[in-house]
Design a protein around this ligand. Sequence first.
Ligand code: UT7
Length: 322
Amino acid sequence: MPIRSILAGTGAYLPSRVVSNDELARTVDTSDAWIQERTGIRQRHFAAPHETAAFMGTEAARAALAAAGATAADVDGIILATSTPDQAFPATALRVQAALGVTHGFGFDIAAACAGFIYGLSVADNMIRAGGAKGVLVIGSEVYSRILNWQDRGTCVLFGDGAGAVFLRAGEGSGSDRGILSTHIHAQGTLGDILYVDGAVGQHDKPGTLVMNGREVFRHAVTRLAESVEEALAANGLGHRDVDWLVPHQANRRIIDAMGRKLGLPPERVVVTVDRHANTSAASVPLALAEAIGDGRIRPGSLVLLEALGGGLAWGSALVRL
Ligand code: UT7
């Protein structure tokens, strides 16, 4: 039997500070009605100063390890997706490694914006299948509240902070075909200017804030994500009817609903957190996954389709049997 990456545990962390649309509307020229109608967002969580990507990623990772019944000794590697790292280096993954008390193995960050978690899952899965690691933490952790332009109402109302994590364990596929069936990642750098951060530590002390052409990103998201989920199903000889759950990137309720309709899934089979978390970029898919597994909606044996798209453009999908 080939080696499979079994999704052994999931974990999540959200800052305690909840910010409603009405609270934002006190300082930004917007309204609760506009935000809800155009995006489905009702509120988001914003990090306190101590809640960095490393801090939140560590908390989510601890929860994922506990859910998997695993300890620091079981972690061969940590892959952390973030656009808001604590420092240019060391990698935020290594700050998490130290905080977890893991003293062996590898760790690195992935910069693929909102697609970062799917990218991380893909890298980890390929390493596990090749026998290069037996236990890998894949984490998405973001503090977008620190890179938002508060003068731009078209973007600053869309994002939130948080972290999600999964612990992958190498296992025999067995007759039940549990584990990651396949991952599919793509990028088109020529579209880098429709969603980006206009600075970085390498650029003359200009940390930068997020810039987005929302309509263009929307247009590409609907097309690329639809292609990507079809690609995942075709690669496994499966059809729409085989999918039990869609766990999509949480950028906009209208995009999520369009994807659900394309797959012919009833709304109750699509995990939605964008109303409460807003867009947490690389953290959005693992946060949604952790919530739906944690509350018992997604059960062992379910076939789950994950997808995300973001700045780069970078996008991808993954098909997982729980
Ligand atoms: O996670 C990475 C991937 N990101 C995405 O997938 C995001 C994709 N894009 C979107 O979700 C949507 O394009 C947005 C939610 C960003 C914007 O929605 P839209 O329906 O495309 O609105 P729009 O940008 O076309 O703006 C419509 C109107 C404009 O006014 P005019 O020019 O028609 O008078 C904007 O100025 O809405 C106005 N507007 C706002 N009004 C109140 C834009 N932002 C706001 C706001 N509050 N916050």
